[in-house]
Ligand binder design. Sequence first.
Ligand SMILES: *[C@@H]1O[C@H](CO)[C@@H](O)[C@H](O)[C@H]1NC(C)=O
Ligand SMILES: *[C@@H]1O[C@H](CO)[C@@H](O)[C@H](O)[C@H]1NC(C)=O
Ligand SMILES: *[C@@H]1O[C@H](CO)[C@@H](O)[C@H](O)[C@H]1NC(C)=O
Length: 455
Amino acid sequence: MGGSSPFKDRSNSQHSASFSSFFWRYLTYTVYAILPIALFRLYFYPLPLPQSPTDRLPLSDHILVAPSLSSPPPAEKAGGDATAEAPPLLLPPPAPPVCDYTNGKWVHDKAGPLYNGTTCGTIKDGQNCIAHGRPDLEYLYWRWEPHQCHLPRFQPIDFLQLLRNKNVAFVGDSMARNQLESLICMLSSVSEPTLVYTNGEDNKFRKWHFAGHNMTISVYWSPFLVKGVEKSSSGPDHNELYLDTVDERWAADLGWLDMVVLSVGHWFLHPAVYFEGGSALGCHYCPGLNHTEIGFYDVLRKALRTTLKALIARTRASGRSTEAFVTTFSPSHFEGDWDKFGACPKTKPYQEGEKLLEGMDAEMRKIEVEEVEASKADAREFSGFRLEALDISKLSLMRPDGHPGPYMYPFPFADGVKDRVQNDCVHWCLPGPVDTWNGILLEVIKRWNGGETTE
Ligand SMILES: *[C@@H]1O[C@H](CO)[C@@H](O)[C@H](O)[C@H]1NC(C)=O
Ligand SMILES: *[C@@H]1O[C@H](CO)[C@@H](O)[C@H](O)[C@H]1NC(C)=O
Ligand SMILES: *[C@@H]1O[C@H](CO)[C@@H](O)[C@H](O)[C@H]1NC(C)=O
């Protein structure tokens, strides 16, 4: 079982096998997928789930082992070559090394967040932990300290000034929304935006205008980035993805977007049927349907490739420039049953080395980072396009204390501690660790703009 994909080693499996034998045979392979599915059913279809043995399996039974992708070493000129070609004194001074924000530790910080649920009206209910009565507040007082550099506190005014007259979009699933709301709240602490557009169930498409800086920030719901049909109570009970077609619900607006932050991942774990080139390519967890199980790793890769190719092609065609980020996979932290009290009970970050990025979390991140690097190479000659992975997987993994848990609902224990309670150990409390994602985002934007700040 050393392969990176749990489905790689499967020889032509007999789909005629009864569901239950199929089920038990591949139970270990699908454990990691089933709990997130249960969870997402909970978010989007809050119906009681059938009691099945899998409900009781702890998520920690991850079986995947994937090599973690270490960041490439900084490019170094061999000393001998450099001196052979020119005297050292004539060389330009070396550029300051680019900070690697991915590795570091969480340290105590008295300063606390820039906002709360009272000062910002844009926090989705399920993530408004303070307003929902979460009693411990220590999780608000941590700062990410990268090993080799300093990550400054987010300065809203820097973001507003660097993106003056620009249109910014967050595109993806509920993690994209989580990150967007954190940014809107931090910016709101200095400049109140106007909500100028809202559409879709649950306000899945929204746009704000920051009049003082003539900047807009939008959010687009597109959980696969490519065209897809989401499972629904009236439609299919699985998702359908068209891997070679970008989702026009957001891509049609690329002509006026200056910066795009893409964030997907968790929806790829759902049961789904995949299409490519006009025909079915395979599926993930679709017993009863006549499709080959292909898992979701290669599917995520193809979806990202299609998306980034479309971004580059349309930017070229428009004659404008686009800056893009791919936020990497955000790990969840279920320690036991998703519906039991204390599903993610920790109240402190992990210390360095206490928890390693591994299994599915590591594999999803690796695919995203690799596809970003491949696209950067594709667009190397094209100065109108800039792309970076916003690599938050590891720093987020170290924050098991940052999720709403039972406080996804207001005062869940108002009438006593219950045995069973729904928990959200996937999304993040706002304020919370996601604020740091946007801190890194701003630092990369500053670097792109020649390191200028307004301080
Ligand atoms: C929210 O922040 C404001 C301003 O900093 C403060 O006055 C208020 O007490 C805070 N509310 C909560 C619930 O922490
Ligand atoms: C605001 O920004 C848009 C580009 O997003 C630009 O076309 C427009 O001229 C700007 N308006 C002002 C008043 O600067
Ligand atoms: C299942 O798919 C195979 C190959 O595409 C096809 O030959 C077969 O007829 C299909 N069976 C059913 C029941 O649709």
